[in-house]
Design a protein around this ligand. Structure first.
Ligand code: GTP
Ligand code: MG
Ligand code: ZN
Length: 299
């Protein structure tokens, strides 16, 4: 009998599925057309040796995407309700990268949580962080080293399914280890049988917190951009633009050089930050160039 399960890790040619009973099973795919992602709800057929075969992927509630190296849409993870973007004073924060993750969260949609880690290495919150808080983002200041802010961070993850993203070296894994504490090993255990002799480390693995939070660790990135179809979609990714959208002279205003632009007027009076606006114009360029090299979306 096929069972329901949750994909908790993706490897090159198979996935790890958590069954209804909580055990984890290495599963092959019944068809090459199936492209299960971490976070996908699947149907799988248990095998006598403890492994399984994924036979179907349920419709997705949300999808985190990125632009791949050829400008195409690549699916990253499914059914997330939260994106935790980790930045730190060391390595110096890449605010543009952080903005791109915030755009991804707005468009999915998913709740975004900005985690400023390694607070033991600084005294005052940097200005961009204050700007982001002012426009309504949740900011958690933490130290995985000292344990600062971890309880509030965990509270905000209760009953959410999130992914932890950000630059390499910001402390994502350290935060996860600190949050999991001694749970870490228990969740890492895989059913040995059924492993098809492959130990390729998966790009993403799902962990569970005692409060019902589920989250995915991800390897650090140097660059990231969500896949965005059009400028009309992109502008909705900047939450502080929203009160001004529809107030420009032209319906299809891209808020670049057009006259009587409400977004640029807001920029001029300082209610939209110049830094955020620059992130927007960079993404505009990226959307335009991705469209030029556009091919059929890949899943
Ligand atoms: N001072 C200080 N150092 C920290 C803190 N959290 C992590 N580190 C250190 O930062 C370095 C990188 O930590 P990781 O947890 O490996 O960072 P990561 O984001 O998982 O990096 P990738 O896996 O490469 O993406 C390690 O040397 C940690 O010990 C913190 O709160 N304070
Ligand atoms: Mg890591
Ligand atoms: Zn405009």
């Amino acid at each position: 009998m096929p069972e329901r399960g949750l994909v908790v890790a993706r490897h090159r040619r198979h996935v790890t599925v958590e069954g209804a009973a909580g055990a984890r099973h290495q599963c092959a795919l019944a068809s090459r057309r199936l492209r299960p992602l971490v976070g996908d709800d699947v149907r799988w057929q248990p095998q006598a040796d403890g492994s399984g075969i994924v036979t179907g992927v349920a419709a997705r509630r949300s999808l985190l995407t990125r632009i791949d190296s050829r400008g195409r849409r690549e699916a990253v993870a499914a059914n997330l309700s939260q994106i935790l973007v980790v930045a730190a004073p060391v390595p110096g924060p890449d605010w543009a990268l952080l903005d791109r993750y915030l755009v991804a969260a707005e468009l999915m949609p998913a709740k975004a949580v900005i985690v400023f880690n390694k607070c033991d290495l600084m005294s005052a919150a940097p200005e961009p962080l204050q700007d982001l808080e002012r426009i309504g983002y949740t900011v958690r200041v933490t130290s995985a080293l000292l344990g600062t802010g971890l309880a509030q961070l965990a509270d905000g993850m209760a009953h959410e399914r999130g992914v932890v993203v950000g630059q390499s070296g910001t402390g994502k894994s350290s935060l996860i280890n600190a949050l999991l504490g001694e749970q870490a090993q228990a969740v890492g255990a895989l059913t040995e049988k059924g492993d098809h002799g492959r130990h390729t480390t998966s790009a993403a693995t799902l962990f569970r917190l005692a409060n019902g939070g589920e989250f995915i660790d991800s390897p650090g990135v140097r660059n990231y951009a969500p896949y965005i179809e059009s400028v009309a979609e992109l502008e909705r990714g900047f939450r502080e633009f929203r009160p001004h959208l529809g107030a420009c002279r032209f319906d299809d205003c891209r808020h670049l050089a057009e006259p009587d632009c409400a977004v640029k007027a807001a920029l001029d009076v300082g209610s939209i930050s110049r830094r955020r606006y620059e992130s927007y114009t960079q993404l505009c360029d990226l959307v335009a160039s991705a469209r030029r090299s556009h091919r059929a979306p890949r899943y």
